[in-house]
Design a binder for this molecule. Structure first.
Ligand code: HT7
Ligand code: ZN
Length: 858
């Protein structure tokens, strides 16, 4: 497949100021009549009109209303030689949405029709330039069977409806805001709406509607609340007002990603809309709030100002992730949200940055753009913009954002445009900072604190590791928030922002008669891997005294990571092991006893570093020893702190269900206590988990209990799993949990369970949520996936091969777990490579999977 390069960008030869679309809708036969008003871009030399297509054929073409045969196909593109500067092009295409298993373009889901056009799905509907820098005003007419499609939705405002009198009806929609084709959407189906209203800051009334399948309307209240909070927050925090009279959200069960920000008509995976206490966990509630916010915020960061080309994806995605993170922090606990965001970054992005698929947040080339909707573009992209905010301060950052929106409203912009607006609006020089956009890899920072006389000296060094295609790197500006804590009082005299922008640097801090304790990268001010070389005693001190909640969490994590990596790589002797455990036990006892901590934060502090993060810390990971050592530590802690965990569980189960922070915190520590007890006191944990399951009046408790039982060898496991399945058989999202719980469990036979579940009647490859529920959970379950005989790798490779022809985008997302072979012990690495080679040898591989596999082997 051809490689598309950022450096090859050329402006479009033809602009398309207007698009009129007429859909005659049918589940297995839809006819599309498109009329494009095309205008020659005066800046470009004479060039024919080239319209992209994918899997469609033109039934008829007209130019200025007259049938034409002045067109030809060039591969999948339709090319027309046009004499003038402006023409009207008519094209008729026919689609079979029911046969569209890729879920890109127009497709059928549960009897309804919907679209997904980002990034290049519009070309599966009609021929079009289908590039984000071609913006058009759309007018859309939908007609179809009244009984099958009582609801007809598209972008913008509904301007007319009518009945044909023959069992079919129609609706016309007009979106006044010029938009790229990737933001086009339509939905047709039997849907019911939950409605509300929002009055914007300038006093305009906006109708809000969340459309779901009949029967699901009782589960939309949280999504609606989140939408209204998002609209208000974006006005207050960023001065952004909504700009249409209507905002529609539709929930769809078959969806490749989380949701899509189509102008005025967001389409969502049901997973991020539907929530009630019986079926959604607290984590699900948070995810709904976050994704509703994310898609809404795109209305400005993405829609009003869009991307010039797909290399600029982080312009909208990184920025919008930052905006949704700030929103969720404002709606709940800021420190807990920060810890969660860093945990996601470390679990998903750090491995990407250290593996064969590493790429800068603004990639330089791709074969298939769908492969670049990554944790790097999204989450590291958000961290990069967050660093700009840290450097500028929130007020000046806001001024930079205001300038960006004002300057580029209605345009297709670049990351460079954004940086320049922040530079000018916030008064920053980001010349060197631009390296964060072009260099891949997680910088490694080492920090050492010296003390002499009354001065503490911080020595910092950075190294940006080599990544594919980028063998040598330049030093980047790394903003580090630091504080120097007095050993006697645990206090500090104020925080400093130091910027490490050379390979090495030193910073002097006078006024310290005694050596202080270093608190560094507070709030995770820079997305780096840090080696601060601190003693266990200092880390225990920080875990107890640091006034920055993130730094407190981080100290505990570093204490535990240091201990576990020593145990995993065998450098820890028996005395060191015992001393390490005692230090961790003491620190966790303090967390369990601290009355000043709220339970949400306590729950965070109790979470041990993930196996995937531990694997990142060792050169060639042996997943078995990582699991063994992590579980052994958990068991030791459960034993040492058993009374505290039992008391915590006893206390937490008395708190009645509500969505307030205290009750959510109680639910979090309740299951955390069971997680520890399961490792050290499995019988007691099984008994308590079963009781928690039976008593549960909400999914958080029930799923938590089920998760613990799934990892234990107890008859209660099968009993409660059967109950869970029977209880929720009709609810696809909960049955997804049922698959995930088993596939992700600590049970020694998890791999056998996955094999059996693959043949379960509820398993299907046509629903991405279901596929991910079983196989992503499995691929993330290191103990099972990395079975020494390679059978875990074979399961995932077989899945990729079976799924690729059906849904290439989803199939390709399973390649990265196999691509981590360089970081695994040699025996397993060979087995992983062999599976990648087997996939590559398959005939007719999609561009998506081919690119991911070949880069992974590379
Ligand atoms: N901007 C949306 C991306 C998206 C997507 C991309 C490729 C294929 C299917 C897709 N569905 C949604 C989602 C977002 O980041 O808001
Ligand atoms: Zn997004």
């Amino acid at each position: 497949p051809p490689v598309i390069r950022r450096a090859d960008y050329r402006p479009p030869a033809w602009l398309v100021p207007e698009v009129a679309l007429d859909f005659a809708l049918g589940l297995d036969a839809t006819t599309v009549r498109a009329e494009l008003t095309v205008r020659r871009n005066p800046a470009i030399d004479r060039a024919p009109l080239r319209l992209a297509g994918d899997g469609i054929a033109a039934r008829a073409v007209t130019v200025d209303g007259l049938p034409s045969n002045a067109w030809r196909m060039d591969g999948a593109d339709l090319v027309i030689d046009l004499p003038g500067a402006e023409h009207r092009i008519g094209i008729e295409t026919a689609i079979n949405p029911a046969a569209n298993s890729q879920l890109m373009g127009l497709y059928a889901s549960g009897g309804m029709l919907c679209t997904q056009c980002e990034a290049e799905g519009f070309r599966r509907i009609t021929f079009h330039p289908d590039r984000p820098d071609v913006l058009s005003v759309y007018r859309v007419r939908l007609s179809g069977d009244k009984a099958r499609f009582p609801v007809l939705l598209a972008n913008g405002n509904c301007i007319a409806t009518g009945d044909h009198g023959d069992g079919t009806h129609w609706a016309e929609w007009h979106d006044p805001w010029p938009k790229p084709s990737y933001l086009f959407a339509l939905v047709a189906g039997d849907l019911v709406a939950t409605r509300d209203r929002f009055t914007t800051m300038s006093g305009r009334a906006v109708e809000l509607a969340i459309w779901v399948r009949p029967g699901d309307e009782g589960r939309t209240a949280h999504a609606m609340r989140s939408l209204i909070q998002s609209m208000r927050w974006d006005e207050e925090a960023f001065g952004r007002e909504y700009d249409l009279d209507l905002f529609n959200i539709v929930a769809v069960s078959d969806f490749n990603m989380g949701a899509m920000e189509n102008k005025g008509l967001n389409v969502f995976n049901t997973r991020y809309v539907l929530a009630d206490p019986e079926t959604a966990t607290d984590g699900d509630y948070d995810a709904v709030e976050g994704v509703i916010g994310h898609e809404y915020f795109h209305n400005w960061s993405g829609n009003r100002v869009t991307c010039r080309d797909w290399f600029q994806l982080s312009l909208k995605e990184g920025f919008t992730v930052l905006r949704d993170q700030l929103f969720s922090a404002a709606m709940g606990s800021e420190p807990v949200k920060r810890i969660e965001d860093v945990r996601v970054l470390r679990a998903a992005q750090f491995p990407e940055d250290s593996g064969p698929l590493a790429h800068p947040i603004r990639p330089d080339s791709y074969q298939e753009i769908s492969n670049f909707y990554t944790a790097t573009v999204y989450n590291k992209g958000a961290e990069v913009i967050r660093m700009m905010r840290t450097l500028a301060g929130p007020e000046r950052f806001r001024a930079g954002c205001d300038l960006y929106f004002a300057r580029h409203d209605g345009e297709a912009a670049t990351c460079e445009d954004f940086i320049r607006a922040i530079e000018e609006g916030a008064g920053l020089d980001l010349t060197q900072f631009r390296l964060w956009y072009s260099q891949a890899g997680t910088p490694r920072v080492t920090a050492r604190l010296d003390h002499a006389g009354d001065t503490a000296t911080l020595h910092l060094a950075q190294q940006v590791p080599a990544t594919p295609d980028q063998p040598s790197k330049q030093p980047m500006p790394i903003p580090l928030r630091i504080a120097l804590l007095d050993r006697a009082t645990g206090r500090h005299a104020g925080e400093h922002l130091v910027v490490l922008d050379t390979a090495e640097a030193r910073f002097d801090f006078p006024g310290h008669a005694q050596p202080p304790v270093l608190s560094i990268n507070r709030g995770f001010s820079a997305p780096v891997a840090l080696d601060a070389g601190q003693s266990d005693a200092d880390l225990v001190f920080l875990a107890a005294h640091d006034d920055d909640p993130f730094a407190r969490y981080e100290a505990l994590q570093r204490l535990i990571v240091g201990h576990l990596t020593g145990a995993i790589d065998g450098t820890l002797d028996a005395a060191g092991r015992q001393a390490g455990r005692e230090a961790i036990g003491g620190a966790l006892a303090a967390v369990l006893d601290d009355p000043a901590l709220d339970d949400l934060m306590r729950g965070e502090l109790l979470i041990l570093p993930a196996e995937s993060y531990l694997a990142e810390q060792v050169a060639a990971a042996d997943p078995v020893s990582i699991r063994r050592e992590r579980e052994a530590l958990k068991a030791w802690l459960a034993d040492r702190l058993a009374d505290r965990f039992l008391a915590l569980h006893d206390r937490a189960i008395l708190v009645p269900y509500s969505l307030d922070a205290a009750a959510r915190g109680a639910r979090k520590v309740k299951t955390q206590a069971l997680v520890y007890l399961a490792a050290g006191r499995p019988e007691e944990a099984a008994r308590r988990a079963a009781a928690q399951y039976d008593a549960a009046d909400n999914m958080t408790d029930r799923q938590g209990a089920m998760m613990v039982l799934c990892g234990l060898d107890t008859p209660l496991r099968a009993q409660k799993l059967a109950d869970f399945h029977a209880r929720y058989a009709a609810d696809a999202l909960v049955i997804d949990k049922w698959f995930s719980l088993q596939a992700g469990s600590l049970h020694p036979a998890a791999l056998d369970h996955v094999r059996a579940l693959a043949g379960h009647p509820d398993m299907t490859l046509t629903n991405p949520n279901r596929v991910r529920s079983l196989y992503m959970a499995f691929a993330a379950n290191a103990g099972a996936f990395h079975a020494a005989d390679g059978s875990g790798y074979r399961i995932i490779a077989d899945l990729i091969l079976a799924l690729d022809p059906l849904n290439a985008q989803t199939a390709a997302r399973f390649v990265p777990p196999l691509g981590r072979w360089r970081r695994i012990d040699p025996g397993r690495a060979a087995l992983m490579r062999a599976e990648l080679e087997r996939i590559l040898a398959a005939p007719r591989l999609s561009r998506d999977t081919y690119e991911q596999v070949s880069r992974s082997l590379g």
